[in-house]
Each structure stands twice: as C-alpha cells, then as structure tokens.
Design a protein around this ligand. Sequence first.
Ligand code: SAH
Ligand code: SF4
Length: 337
Amino acid sequence: MDLAPGQLSRWLADRGVASYRSGQISRWLYQRQADSFAAMTDLGKQLRGQLEAAFSINRLQQIRVEQSRDGSRKYLFGLGDGNRIESVLIPERGHWTLCISSQAGCALGCRFCMTGMGGLVRNLTRGEIIAQVRDIRREIEDPGLLTNIVLMGMGEPLANFDNVVSAIDTLLDAAAGFGFASRRVTLSTAGLAARLAALGSRVPVNLAVSLNATENRTRDWLMPINKTYPIEHLLDACRQYRLQPHRRITIEYILIDGVNDSKADALRLVRLLRPLKVKINLIPLNPLPDSQLRRPSEAAVERFLQILIDHHYTAIIRRSKGQDISAACGQLHGASG
Ligand code: SAH
Ligand code: SF4
C-alpha cells in the first residue's frame, strides 16, 4: 500500500475510526504479510470493506528468479504498469542481505552502469519499494535471517527522496513495520550532495557514497552528476553529514583499468578522504557488454588496496556476487532477457 502510516491514520480519523487501527493495519501488512484487507480478522467487517474499496495492497509480479552459483538470487518483478525492476538476495555468513531498487531505470547515466543506459523510467512508489522486501522475505525459509537491506539496486535513491525515506521508516519501525536495525540498512547514492543533509536528519541509516574517481575531469566523464556536485562539494556534504555514533560513511570506488586505478589515484584518494570518517569499498568493475571500460588486473586492484591500508584506512575489495546471472553491481536493468 502506498499510503504512509500517518496518511492512513488521517484517512481513518476522517471516518471516525480510532487511530490505533492504523498500527494494527500496518502490522497486518508488514509483519503478518496479509494479502488482502479481508484477511485482517481483528478489524470490523465494515472497516475491512471500506479499506478494500479505497486501497489495494501492492503486488509485485514475480516474472523470474535466477539462482547464481554463489547462492545469490536475482528476482525480476513486474510492476502494475508493466515496468520491470530487479532485486538481489545475497547470502552472507549466517544471514541474507537484500539489495533493492528505488527507481525503474535511472536518470544519472553513469558510464559504467547498465541501469543508467536506458534512462529513468519512473520513481518507485513507497509501496513498491517495501513490496520487494515483503515478497522476498516470505520466500526465505527462516525470514529472521534477512537482516540487512541495501538500497543499491536500480536507481538513485535520493532522486526519489520522499518515497525512499517513507519506505525506510517502515523498514525500521519495530512496532508496526519490519523492525530492521538501522545500522543494517544502507543507502547508496551517486552523490546528490544537496539531499544528504535532509537524509541524515530524517532517517538514521548508513550512508554509502559512490565516489569512483579522484579528479573532477574523470568523474565528470564517468558520472555526469559530478558536473552539478563536484568532488569537493560532495565531500563537504559528507563531512557535514549527521553520522550516527560509531558509524562511518562507506566510500564506494569502482576500479576501472587505466581510468581511476593508478597509484596517483590511490594517493589522491587518501588525501581527499583524510578529513572524513570512512571505510572504503573497492569494487573491481563488472564490465558491461559493448563497453570499452575494463576491469583492472588483480595486481592493480591489490596495489590500490595496499596503498589505502598503508595509510591506515579500513578498506576492502568488494567482490560482486551473482556475476553469472548479471545480478552484480551495475548489471541490473530490468530487461526480460
Ligand atoms: N544510484 C546509487 C545506487 C545504485 S548503484 C549509486 O550510484 O550509488 C550501486 C553501486 O553499484 C554503486 O556504488 C555503483 O557505483 C556500483 N556500480 C554501478 N555499475 C557498476 C559496475 N559496472 N561494476 C561495479 N559496480 C558498479
Ligand atoms: Fe544510476 Fe547509480 Fe547506475 Fe549511476 S551507478 S546510473 S546513479 S544506478
């Protein structure tokens, strides 16, 4: 359902229904995964009828599920209007991480990313963002093992700000929503610097920033959004970001052969990030079809990592899972294939 709990409360109040019913309905939707209002048996029959007449419960059509050799699963969903999105369920040690989409397509057109190739189709509604979590969670044998959510699928979450934060509210809400721990929910942005402050004051999630270059010339070319929010501006916004205690911003850095993987780049990155509390995820590029961009050699990746470590950064190489089913970072496109 696209209505946020506050809006639902108002709708109920307009009909003279007590506001605690809103929490009851939310629990049915998000905790007990009701498929219809009729199933909400502790609501009066008349109220169930009114809800049924006024709203519908978001349904995603599961078009296809692909299973990777490494255990990740890519879900292709059809939306009510026929558009398609993908979500990826990733096995980690002892738990699952779910990577969800915030838009169908993406307007930002990063040169290395399949999602960006087709442009933006549309924003997902709050209900469509939540439905990815609900529908996939109920397929997991032990749903309690789905502990981590990353908004790193299709789209730029901060370009769909209101729907994304409203969905996050429900993901975090332990009383009437899913009850995910805020330190286990991460939003990744290409760097819409102007929205960072609003995000930090609105929801206590982890922030990941896709930096991907150390010079504006290179970043302009890789990520056109850099022309609006250049590196210094973006890092300033990161510095001012309201971090939760004991947390650090994750800096994502895709390594691309001959473009941003030199020793000089690593040293510039060290300097640029110095004033920030960060950890760095290096992501060797997942090459796209018909693209000139290549993944660096293993030795170049290791060299880059070592420079960061030598300068006392916490840095890891994030190896994308699901490469054999095009479920890896940057390979999501919602195509029927
Ligand atoms: N729009 C947001 C979130 C979705 S992209 C953002 O850009 O951060 C999620 C991550 O996948 C980003 O860090 C992005 O840099 C990375 N990514 C995109 N294309 C990739 C590719 N071809 N190989 C590796 N990582 C990629
Ligand atoms: Fe959009 Fe992120 Fe892909 Fe860039 S990397 S095109 S911002 S989804």
